[in-house]
Design a protein around this ligand. Structure first.
Ligand SMILES: Nc1ncnc2c1ncn2[C@@H]1O[C@H](COP(=O)(O)OP(=O)(O)O)[C@@H](O)[C@H]1O
Ligand SMILES: [Mg+2]
Length: 134
């Protein structure tokens, strides 16, 4: 398990580099590697923009996938349903947004509480066809 403290753009790069390395080690193809890396970048940038700082955990789970957990003690996300429908977007970052991360990853969940913080968990499966995804 890798833990990256997220404070600035360098940390975004660090987290995404670790994600890429793990994805290569796990044998994901280039397309799946990219989906994982841009998702990590989006989650890390959101931490910087909206919560100032936080942490990203990159957890390789053998025979399953690569789990990403992004945690901060920021203001929390108020209207998660609207955010995931892309109705609330500031167009910061890559413009991918959390709805994009949800689309790119195979599992995705947000837990957030106002003035407590946000925890986002996402998984990129080793085998895209696991479960009944598609
Ligand atoms: N970690 C976070 N903490 C608090 N609010 C967040 C966080 N991540 C996202 N948000 C809120 O959700 C909205 C949508 O985020 P996102 O889908 O990444 O689009 P964008 O960053 O382009 O606005 C943001 O504008 C922000 O209000
Ligand atoms: Mg964003």
């Amino acid at each position: 398990m890798y833990r990256v403290a997220i404070d600035d753009e360098r940390d975004v790069y660090m987290a995404s580099s670790i994600g890429k390395k793990v994805a290569e080690e796990f044998g994901l193809d280039k397309i799946q590697q990219t989906k994982l890396v841009v998702s990590i970048m989006e989650l890390a940038r959101n931490i910087i923009y909206y919560a100032a700082k936080g942490e990203i955990f990159i957890i390789p789970v053998p025979n399953y996938g690569i789990e990403i957990v992004a945690i901060d003690q920021g203001p929390g996300i108020k209207e998660i349903e609207k955010v995931l429908k892309s109705e609330i977007r500031s167009k910061k970052g890559l413009g991918l947004g959390l709805s994009g991360v949800q689309r790119l990853m195979d599992e995705f969940e947000i837990t957030s509480k106002e003035n407590i913080g946000t925890r986002i968990r996402a998984v990129k499966w080793l085998n895209e066809r696991q479960g009944n995804h598609h």
